[in-house]
Design a protein around this ligand. Structure first.
Ligand SMILES: [Zn+2]
Length: 272
């Protein structure tokens, strides 16, 4: 097991012994070149996921997401982007092995208002070792959540500590956008390797018109049912069975009532 010895750091990749780095946190193994992160209780490999989207493409994805079905109408056109940042966000990466099957869990390694980002998918083989030559350290958000805390959060969601087979620190590229809509500020993050958009809160489509429509539909069909039997009894009598006549009238009544309701639903969906 890789552990902290008193004055040396054992590389989790090659087991080579390195001197403790001056900053006490980040190290490049002098034997195998692996990037290492030294947490208070754990020495782990430090990985990066490469960015595949530039800022313009990321903003394009955000606008498309804003035009989606769950967002208020015209959000893509009306939202005013007030600020944007690019950074590599640190996440604790846990690979568990339970009865022969591997699973990956992520926990933020620094505080964030967008808790959804722990649902990021890391494609197999996409993690590469951090290297100073390839990446700009200034774009990396420093981890401040301890390994033990992240592992405890994971345990609270029902993942046993004993099933953890591998732990790493992984930096994932994000564009963070701040935008205003209707006088309020919102934030959304675009994951820059897959282009997926993550947000906890956004200007959502109002459900009220749909609830009113639903209530109106129930009332309409109830009314049509009652009217059908009233008519059935009024024009039925000896020659026709009033209940059967009522049922027949009801079928036509439902069909006729559905037409304006469908048209109304269509217009509400377009407007809201
Ligand atoms: Zn090494």
């Amino acid at each position: 097991m890789q552990e902290l010895t008193q004055s040396r750091i054992v590389c989790p990749q090659c087991a080579g012994e390195n001197d403790i780095p001056p900053d006490g946190k980040f190290l490049e193994c002098q034997f195998c070149g692996s990037a290492i992160y030294i947490d208070k209780s754990k020495v782990v490999n430090r990985f990066v996921i490469a960015s595949n989207f530039n800022e313009e493409q990321a903003e394009g994805n955000l606008r498309r997401w804003m035009a989606g079905n769950f967002q208020v109408k015209d959000l893509d056109k009306l939202a005013a982007i007030s600020a944007k940042n690019f950074y590599y966000f640190p996440l604790w990466y846990f690979k568990t092995n339970d009865a022969g099957s591997d699973k990956i869990y992520l926990q933020p390694a620094t505080s964030t208002s967008v808790s959804e980002i722990k649902n990021v998918q890391i494609p197999a083989g996409s993690m590469k070792s951090f290297s100073k030559k390839e990446f700009d350290e200034k774009q990396f958000v420093q981890p401040d959540v301890l390994y033990d805390n992240a592992r405890n959060w994971l345990e609270q969601t029902g993942v046993s500590q004993d099933s953890i087979a591998e732990s790493n620190l992984v930096h994932i590229p994000f564009y963070q956008f701040y935008y205003t809509f209707g006088g309020k500020q919102y934030t959304a993050m675009v994951e820059a390797s897959s282009g997926m958009v993550y947000a906890n809160i956004w200007p959502a489509k109002s459900e009220v018109p749909f609830k009113i429509l639903f209530g109106l539909s129930i009332a309409t069909f109830l009314l049509v049912s009652i009217l059908s039997f009233v008519i059935g009894f009024a024009i039925g009598g000896r020659s026709y069975n009033p209940l059967l006549l009522g049922e027949i009238i009801k079928v036509f009544g439902y069909g006729a009532a559905a037409v304006p309701l469908i048209i109304l639903a269509y217009f509400i969906a377009k407007k809201v």
